[in-house]
Design a protein around this ligand. Structure first.
Ligand code: ADP
Ligand code: MG
Ligand code: ZN
Length: 594
């Protein structure tokens, strides 16, 4: 296909050439005899010239030739003074016009070629370094076979939970028959979610490497094309190719570039991206996972993805690839240390503890930095001092990215999170604490306390809601107890607590002062429908009591949280110390502490 396209360009050029040659040939056929100017003058004297047409330097006409036949002739003029003289001496002379043929040819062939060249180049650019400009719709997905792609699970460290989730996918790809016999339902699409550099792309490759199936990998941005419809064609083509190679993996890296919620972003939307996304949705619905095609995708911004992509039957399984904890970082360091020579007394644990907040890519970079430093210093092996300097360099760079947390801040975060956990564990009806972590996540959260509900809840009692508020305020209460001061770290907690309190007063009729009334009538009626923002249906006085009630609820629960934590200050201190050391505590451990 591509070859043919190249040839056709040559055909065009050869065609042009032939036309040019024919043109000059035909012209010469019709041309009349060209005679020297002196001959013309003689003919003129002899009265043999019957008619002439004169131009600036040519004379054309008809004459009677030696044989008495009427014939056309052509001659080039020589200026009269010279011709008179030459005539006297009986010289045969003729004028000659310098041939401009080559010049003419060059003057338009060159720009023409240039034009074709530029066009060809642009086409190639648009279709992404692809030779042959008619195959634009073809995708550029590379097919890695297992031997090319020798990334294995062992190369990805510190993300054990994500790996566990993917083992099933590998099993399926290795023996799809087994799953089909049992009638088990395998997920069509698995979405790897996590901050940049945590190893999502690496993990996808490892899945392919482990299962030994073809791996079609494309980046989301590669689907978004200059021309409307091309991206969609590319998606179609990708799935056609993949189905032929099943069992296999299709991996779409950085899905967010393609899968941004429709109607978001630029004014008037981006038709091309939308079409591509629609095509992807159509293809995902259209293929049967039993055929053995598994779709993997990665993103670090799941929140901006189109909800349609996340619906059941599409990317319904999400695998969190989180920032590694201390042991995770140690494992990742060991993976990358295999590639360099390092001194025997290198304390990998210590390096891991120096690098809170770093992800796999940072650590790979750190190992590389240290190795480069050692080379620069003329060392034979990389030692601790290179790593220490490397950490400093990277950390100085990271500070800008707001990811480095200093010691003091880490302490605050640890006590804050412990505060949440202790209050939650002390009050009935709160969700059990699953895990606490002070590994920074994303940009905003410095730590988190994960509470996993034991069952789905549709109704909540007043006490449960109040306890929830107390839990949310537990973080700030712990800060106040421990440091006598509070930080900005609680703003999300405060906003959630306030929301709950507000709903209690305005929607659930749970305030004594206001009673069993529903005061939230403006809900769901937006600016567009009514034309004007509609205000609530209550008086200013009621508004004041609502505010007052909310404040009272919050205050009471804050007091409650404070008193719980005062009582369990020892556990708070102990727990925070463990958290600072290990960066992560699971629910069991905290319960044991209490
Ligand atoms: P992401 O796709 O999540 O942004 P990548 O998979 O591209 O991150 O990771 C970039 C590089 O960082 C990898 O090639 C690898 O060298 C290193 N890396 C990242 N995470 C890990 C990990 N968990 N274990 C080992 N190396 C990792
Ligand atoms: Mg990636
Ligand atoms: Zn908090």
């Amino acid at each position: 296909m591509e070859k043919k396209q190249k040839f056709s360009l040559w055909y065009i050029l050869i065609g042009i050439w032939i036309v040019l040659i024919m043109q000059s040939y035909i012209a010469s056929m019709y041309a009349t005899r060209t005679i020297p100017y002196s001959r013309f003058l003689n003919l003129l004297k002899d009265g043999k010239v019957t008619e002439i047409a004169i131009t600036a330097n040519k004379i054309q006409g008809r004459m009677i030739d030696e044989t008495g036949k009427d014939q056309g002739f052509k001659t080039v003029r020589v200026d009269s003074e010279l011709s008179n003289m030459l005539d006297q001496y009986d010289v045969v002379f003729k004028g000659e016009i310098e041939s401009t043929f080559m010049r003419d040819l060059l003057s338009w062939i060159v720009p023409f070629m240039l034009f074709i060249g530029i066009w060809y180049f642009l086409m190639r650019r648009m279709s992404g370094q692809q030779p042959g400009f008619m195959s634009l719709g073809k995708n550029k997905a590379k097919i890695y076979m297992e031997n090319e792609l020798n990334v294995k699970f062992d190369d990805v460290a510190g993300v054990d939970e994500a790996k566990q989730e993917l083992v099933e996918v590998i099993d399926f790809l290795k023996t799809p028959e087994k799953f089909n016999e049992l009638g088990g339902k395998i997920p069509k699409g698995v979405l790897l979610v996590g901050p940049p550099g945590t190893g999502k792309t690496l993990l996808a490759k490892a899945v392919a490497g482990e299962s030994g199936v073809p791996f079609f990998s494309m980046s989301g941005s590669e689907f978004v094309e200059m021309f409307v419809g091309l991206g969609a064609a590319r998606v179609r083509d990708l799935f056609v190719q993949a189905k032929l190679k099943a069992p296999c993996i299709i991996f779409i890296d950085e899905l967010d570039a393609l899968g941004k919620a429709r109607g978001m972003g630029t004014m008037g939307g981006h038709d091309e991206r939308e079409q591509t996304l629609n095509q992807l949705l159509v293809e995902m619905d259209g293929f049967d996972p039993k055929a053995g095609v598994i779709l993997l995708a990665s993103t670090n911004r799941p929140e901006i993805l189109d909800p349609a992509l996340l619906r059941p039957g599409r990317f319904d399984r999400h695998v969190l690839v989180d920032r590694p904890d201390k042991t995770g970082r140690e494992e990742i360091l060991r993976v990358h240390l295999k590639k360099i020579t390092y001194s025997a007394d290198l304390d990998v644990k210590h390096i891991a503890s120096m690098t809170p907040g770093m992800v796999g890519a940072d650590l790979a970079n750190l190992v590389n930095e240290a190795a480069l430093l050692a080379v620069r210093r003329g060392r034979k092996e990389v030692s601790m001092s290179e790593f220490e300097e490397g950490v400093e360099r990277i950390v100085a760079g990271l500070e800008k990215k707001n990811r480095l947390i200093n010691k003091k801040e880490r302490e605050i975060v640890a006590h804050h999170e412990m505060g949440h956990a202790i209050v939650a564990l002390s009050l009935p009806g709160t969700d059990p604490v699953h895990k606490i972590s002070i590994i920074p996540r994303g940009i905003a959260a410095l730590g988190y306390t994960m509470q996993v509900p034991t069952e789905d809840r549709f109704l909540m009692s007043r006490t449960e809601l109040l306890n929830k508020i107390a839990t949310l305020l537990g973080g700030r209460a712990a800060e106040e107890i421990m440091f006598g001061d509070v930080s900005t770290g609680a703003h999300n907690d405060l906003s959630r607590a306030t929301d709950i309190a507000k709903s209690m007063v305005k929607e659930y009729g749970m305030s004594e002062e206001l009673g069993q009334v529903y005061l939230s009538h403006d809900k769901g009626r937006g600016f567009l429908e009514t034309g004007f923002a509609k205000s609530d249906d209550y008086s200013d006085e009621t508004a004041r009591s609502i505010d007052n009630e909310i404040r009272l609820i919050i205050q009471a629960q804050y007091k409650e949280a404070l008193s719980i934590l005062q009582e369990k200050k020892e556990i708070l201190i102990k727990g925070a110390a463990i958290l600072l050391e290990k960066e992560k505590i699971d629910g069991e451990e905290i319960r044991a502490l209490m």
